[in-house]
Structure formats: C-alpha cells, structure tokens
Design a protein around this ligand. Structure first.
Ligand code: ADP
Ligand code: MG
Length: 216
C-alpha cells in the first residue's frame, strides 16, 4: 500500500491539513484573571503554534456554568471518582464514597467560583489542539499537577483545601478534555459568527508539506 495512504485509504497529506483545523475551548477562570495571568496563558498557547480564533471577556451566568459542566452526562461521576482516588492515593478518607454526590457538590461550588468575576473565553485552533492545551494546562489539582504546566507553575490549591473550605479547586483555567467535549463547549459559548477563519503566516512552516517559498 502507498506510504501516503492511511488504512482507510484517506491521504495522510489531507489528514494533516484537516487536523490543523482542530479546535478547543478554554476559559481563563476568575482567579486566572485576578492573578494577571491572561498574557502568560495566551503566550504559552501561541508559542507552541496554536491560533486564537475566538475571544470574549465577561462575567458568566450561573445557569451557563451548570449547563457547561453537565454537557457530558458522565462528568459528575468522573469528577467524583477522580476526587475519591486522589484522597485514597494519599491514604486519606474522601468526604463521600459516592462519586455522584461529590459531582453534585462540585457543580454548586463551580457556579459560585466561575461567576465571582470576569473570565476570558477563548477558542484555539491547530493540530492536536485539545491534547496540547490539556498538556500545557496540567492536571486538575495544582498540588499534584506537573511542574512546567500552567496549573503546576502558578498556583497551589488542593482537593483538601477546597473541601475544607467548601469551595471549588482554584486552578486558573478550564480546557476541553476531548474533541467531542470541545465541539459541544464551543457551540455552547460561541456563535458561529464569533469564530474567525483566517490564516497565520507561520502556518506555512508548521503545516506546509514541502516548505517551498522560503528560498529566493
Ligand atoms: P478539569 O478542569 O481538569 O477538566 P474536571 O472537569 O474534573 O477537571 O473538574 C472541573 C473543575 O471542577 C476543576 O477544574 C476544578 O476547578 C473543579 N473541581 C473538580 N473536582 C473538584 C472537587 N473535588 N472539589 C472542588 N472542586 C473541584
Ligand atoms: Mg473537565
């Protein structure tokens, strides 16, 4: 089989240019804005080669936050399971053994947190944008997220502190966890007319197959 054909017969060249159109959704949360990290966050996404295609600044409504976090019917269970695992890994007792109960509690905490001040809503585009931005953002709990990630570098919050004070974990950023989640979240937060299709000059270097047009 031709080296440029994938198993489904689609040209890899076509797939590469298609994947440069992958989009993801990001929120710089109220604590990220208050910590003056807007520029730092945008810089980290720009420097890997991703392209900003949508941008808005506003104080979100509580109903919209609830909608956002319940787009995925499994989210409550997942968020609860993650919290329980984190406690058990540290040899501690979680506040509840029921993941859904924790999930319900977290939604209420998030409604308070995410409406406490202005946020920056962004759409980013580029190859592997969902995966790359999650990598740059880091794990949910800043206490254990990797050094070098935004959450690991700029904040120190933990499940323990959040539960003690009955509040959401303050971790600066939201980023879609999968391509499917990104599609749903972008549709929730942005009108199609707010997302701009345009070329960046640097895309010639990032995606062009032959790199022609450099030499004179
Ligand atoms: P992520 O933002 O890393 O995708 P989740 O989707 O699991 O994480 O959770 C959404 C947000 O809810 C987190 O970013 C965090 O702000 C908050 N959160 C998650 N779990 C808890 C918890 N057990 N207690 C308080 N807040 C939480
Ligand atoms: Mg998530």
């Amino acid at each position: 089989m031709c080296a440029f054909l994938s198993t489904h017969g689609k040209k890899i060249k076509d797939m590469a240019s298609e994947s440069s159109k992958e989009r993801t959704f990001v929120i710089i949360k109220p604590d990220g804005v208050q910590r003056s990290l807007i520029g730092e966050v945008i810089k980290r996404f720009e420097r890997v080669g991703l392209k900003l295609v949508g941008l808005r600044f506003e104080v979100p409504e509580a109903g919209k936050i609830e909608e956002h976090y319940t787009l995925d019917p499994k989210w409550k269970e997942n968020v609860g399971t993650k919290a329980i695992e984190s406690y058990k890994k540290k040899g501690q007792q979680p506040p509840s053994e029921d993941p859904i109960e924790i999930g319900n509690l977290v939604v209420e905490r998030l409604k308070k947190y995410m409406t406490s001040g202005p946020v920056v809503l962004m759409a980013w585009q580029g190859a592997h944008s969902v995966e790359l931005i999650r990598k740059l953002v880091g794990g949910t709990e800043p206490r254990s997220s990797d050094v070098g990630t935004i959450r690991g570098d700029y904040v120190l919050d933990s499940y323990m502190m959040a539960d003690t004070d009955d509040r959401a974990i303050r971790n600066l950023i939201h980023a879609s966890g999968s391509v499917e989640e990104a599609t749903q979240e972008l549709a929730l937060w942005f009108g199609e007319e707010e997302l701009v299709n345009y070329k960046l000059v640097q895309e010639g270097i990032l995606y062009d197959v032959n790199l022609d047009g450099i030499l004179e």
